[in-house]
Ligand binder design. Structure first.
Ligand code: SF4
Length: 341
């Protein structure tokens, strides 16, 4: 375990609006903050490009010709357990999100509606409406099933999204935008879909990337937003000034983007690209047991699988997958984060 799934506890005031959090965090940053962070981007790109080129050559040497994708979700899988990452790739789970992940899907849409100024007086109907408009018929069915089991399953997510209302137009709020890095002549693609962006060079304001999380704050989320900052920096030529992790029941955790966080993200991405290429050409993956064994397709046969737990810290039997509190469920992601190459 690399510690990426350990709790992160740097969140702020849950009652603060998103804009108030952002403006307070930007205030102490100097006018050249973004410029200084941007200066490292070309070297980081060159370093990751070199590692991706070597990875592509490794694939070529083994007759693997397809584009190798390292979306955000795969990078997170690789950091948890190599064998599980490979298993989730070879046996993709097409069952759709579980209950906790479905709440995350609902939260994303409630945020979208609140940011657009739409009323949320009938949350389930609004949720179904927006999912239908997005062509997510499968998710509509899942929502209907979840509501049939628990009429109020999404209700507690609605009030916190008031923090997203009244974002001024000059901040150009936009949701579900893509950031993709095509490396090694397109042979290696890293992609992410950002929950929300504010500001940026086109509106002459510092950029802000916001990741919406329905569960508890986790260290893995810190690394996730750092990767997004790197991808946005490469996409736009300048990185965002801030990354924000927003939790409906915990508030917002905000961090300035600097050379250090961008460099760490680039190193993790380079590691993931190399590791994924090695696994694709047949290297035996390492096994790193943890709570994620619960969702691992290889858990029934893996000798390292973590023991089942009925409550946190209380193993009851060996040889099966472990359990986590429901809000720690591995996030459901659409294939390739819904981002094409
Ligand atoms: S059961 Fe656990 S240790 Fe084994 S491959 Fe799956 S996640 Fe890794």
């Amino acid at each position: 375990m690399d510690g990426s799934d350990t709790p992160a506890d740097d969140v702020g005031d849950p009652s603060a609006t998103l804009l108030a959090v952002v403006e307070a965090a930007l205030e102490p940053l100097g006018s050249d903050w973004v410029e200084r962070a941007a200066a490292v981007l070309p070297d980081l790109r060159a370093a990751v490009e070199a590692r991706a080129t070597a990875a592509a050559e490794l694939l070529d040497g083994h007759g693997v010709e397809a584009v190798a994708r390292v979306p955000k979700s795969r990078l997170a899988d690789l950091q948890r357990c190599e064998r599980s990452a490979r298993a989730r790739y070879l046996h993709p789970d097409d069952r759709g999100p579980g209950r906790a992940a479905l709440r995350g899907v609902a939260l994303d849409r409630f945020v979208l509606l609140a940011a657009q100024g739409s009323p949320l007086s009938a949350p389930t109907a609004e949720l179904l409406s927006v999912l239908d408009a997005q062509g997510e018929e499968g998710l509509c069915d899942q929502v209907i099933e979840a509501v049939a089991e628990d009429l109020a399953v999404f209700d507690d997510l609605v009030d916190p999204t008031e923090a997203w209302r009244d974002l001024p137009d000059e901040w150009w709020p936009r949701l579900q935008s893509a950031a993709t890095a095509s490396l090694a002549g397109g042979r290696i693609v890293c992609s992410g879909r950002l929950d929300a962006e504010l500001g940026g060079p086109l509106v002459g304001r510092p950029g802000v990337v916001v990741e919406v999380k329905s569960g508890a704050p986790r260290q893995a989320h810190v690394e996730e937003v750092a990767l997004y900052a790197l991808l946005v920096g490469w996409r736009d030529g300048v990185p965002p000034a801030l990354v924000v992790r927003w939790y409906p029941f915990h508030g917002a955790a905000v961090a300035p983007v600097d050379a250090g966080s961008l460099s760490s993200a680039a190193a993790r991405l380079g590691d993931a690209v190399e590791t994924w290429a090695q696994l694709l050409v047949g290297r035996t993956p390492s096994e790193s047991p943890g709570p994620w064994c619960r969702w691992c397709p290889d858990a029934p046969t893996c000798p390292s699988a973590a023991p089942v737990q009925v409550s946190v810290g209380a193993p009851t039997s060996a040889g099966g997958p472990a359990e986590l509190p429901e809000d720690d469920e591995v996030e459901w992601e659409p294939p390739d984060d819904g981002v094409g190459s």
